[in-house]
Design a protein around this ligand. Structure first.
Ligand code: 5AD
Ligand code: SF4
Length: 470
């Protein structure tokens, strides 16, 4: 893989010219056919990429629909993190054969992490002939050019070369929410955890310039966004590759200094790069929400070593202790993999011990899923599926009990929450988030939407809190 490519503003401008050319073509079609359907699988990074795809599509003159029968263009943004995500995509794309038979002019596009893998691209090429365009995360910036070519020449296009990755500024976005926004601060990953496909499909770490990030956040705050999440596969190594290197703590300080009433969150952090300096910065910056998502994956040192995590269980626990000392009400979440190849029954017990010691507020738990081309995929994996599933169930039962207890402790408190959504529940018409991002179902009317309001917590269960406007 080569060095990452910086896409110049002239190149992005050229893409916008392709958008205008497509818009001219589309202007000749009946208006009701100028619709696109964008379907997103996977993580927040993928959601953020889909907002850019929608941005381009809007410039091409398209509106949006959730109905694949009505869409002139379908874009499916795929995920590769686990086998299940891939199976769902292949199933749904397979079913589109019938839709396309009814609408032969339809363009079907697949992008994202899954298609960047050679085996998946090959399968699409050979067995999914109704798919017109396939492009990986590296090629997203030239989506308009590829659509323009397809509309004028037909044929099929595959853009899935193995590259270190690109970085482009100035791509238009259509955001899905008007209160919470996601801002990518960096792309790619250099960690190569033994189980993970991300470094192969999203390329090397590359950071956006701080001035571009700050300008984007400033604009979001002006537009009224209240909750801004800085995104990257490994935000704690932000800035190492910049012309003028800076660290993530410095970026947080600068975002925190932007005037306005808003919250700053960030994810994902890697324990090896989460420093005391970061914790002190979080404690000092009043807009940085008291929440940290810090994946530990497994509680046993031998397993962590084979996973190539480059931290031990003791180091992880030390960091959590230091963070809790600085921010006592910190909300902690984590990712865990159950059944990594070779993990024994005793080693799994160490994962449960970490849960008991840290008492996370919530967890994202996964059964290990082998990924083509990663080191773990060729390791011996003797534990049966049933045993892994039993361990997984013990893990989630323990966490459910902890979450329920932690949630119960909120009852009676009054917290400044962001009212961020409406629900059709007759008793709780609003949803809100505590500063630590716990979900609260709130009784109240829609006029409070988008505001920070004092909410009195009146009850809870293992998934959420319940409250009323104070
Ligand atoms: N199998 C299961 N879970 C995985 N994750 C990443 N790769 C795999 C895999 N091959 C989980 C990790 C990561 C989260 C985003 O997904 O826990 O932190
Ligand atoms: Fe996100 Fe990773 Fe899935 Fe890609 S493979 S969509 S980076 S979770």
């Amino acid at each position: 893989m080569d060095r990452t490519t910086v896409i110049s503003s002239a190149e992005v401008q050229a893409q916008l010219a392709h958008c205008r050319a497509v818009a001219q073509l589309a202007a000749q079609w009946p208006e009701e056919t100028r619709l696109a359907f964008v379907d997103t699988y996977g993580c927040q990074q993928n959601e953020a990429d889909s907002e850019r795809i929608r941005g381009y599509l809007k410039q091409m003159g398209f509106g949006f629909t959730d109905d694949e029968e009505r869409a002139r263009i379908i874009v499916i943004n795929t995920c590769a993190i686990r086998e299940h995500a891939e199976q769902r995509v292949f199933g749904n794309v397979g079913a589109l054969v019938h839709v396309k038979r009814r609408h032969p002019e339809q363009l079907i596009c697949l992008c994202g992490c899954m298609v960047q893998q050679p085996h998946a691209a090959k399968k699409l090429r050979e067995s999914y002939r109704h798919v017109d365009l396939v492009f990986g995360p590296h090629a997203l910036w030239k989506f308009p050019e590829m659509v323009h070519a397809l509309l004028t020449q037909r044929g099929r296009t595959f853009s899935v070369e193995d590259e270190a990755g690109s970085i482009a500024e100035g791509i238009p976005v259509v955001r899905q929410d008007s209160i919470r926004a996601w801002v990518s601060i960096m792309y790619g990953c250099n960690n190569f955890c033994a189980y993970c496909i991300v470094p192969y499909v999203r390329g090397r770490e590359r950071s956006r310039r701080p001035e571009d990030i700050l300008a984007e956040v400033r604009q979001l705050v002006e537009e009224g966004y209240k909750d801004i999440t800085l995104l990257g596969q490994n935000v704690n190594s932000y800035g190492k590759d910049l012309e003028k290197p800076m660290d993530f703590s410095a970026l947080l300080e600068q975002v925190n200094a932007i005037p306005g009433d808003f919250l700053i969150r960030f994810m994902t952090s890697h324990p090896k790069d989460a420093t005391q300096k970061l914790f002190e910065t979080m404690a000092r910056c009043e807009k940085v929400a008291p929440v940290l998502h810090l994946p530990f994956q497994a509680g046993n040192d031998r397993v962590l070593k084979v996973m190539n995590r480059r931290h031990t269980r003791a180091e992880y626990l030390e960091k959590i202790k230091a963070l809790k000392a600085l921010i006592p009400d910190i909300v902690l979440t984590s990712d865990i993999i159950v059944g990594f190849p070779g993990e024994t029954a005793e080693e799994f017990e160490d994962t449960l011990k970490v849960l008991e010691e840290v008492r996370f507020d919530a967890l994202f738990t996964f059964i290990y899923s082998p990924r083509h081309g990663t080191p773990a995929a060729s390791m011996d994996d003797p534990m049966s599926r049933e045993e892994k599933l039993a361990n997984f169930n013990r893990l989630t039962a323990l966490q459910d009990a902890i979450s329920e207890e932690k949630h119960a402790a909120y009852t009676g408190k009054t917290l400044r929450c962001l009212i961020d959504g409406l629900s059709d529940d007759a008793r709780y018409g609003l949803t809100a988030r505590t500063p630590g991002n716990r979900l609260v179902r709130v009784a109240g009317d829609p006029s409070a939407l988008g505001q920070f309001r004092e909410v009195k917590i009146t009850g809870s269960n293992k998934w959420s809190l319940f409250g009323e406007l104070a």
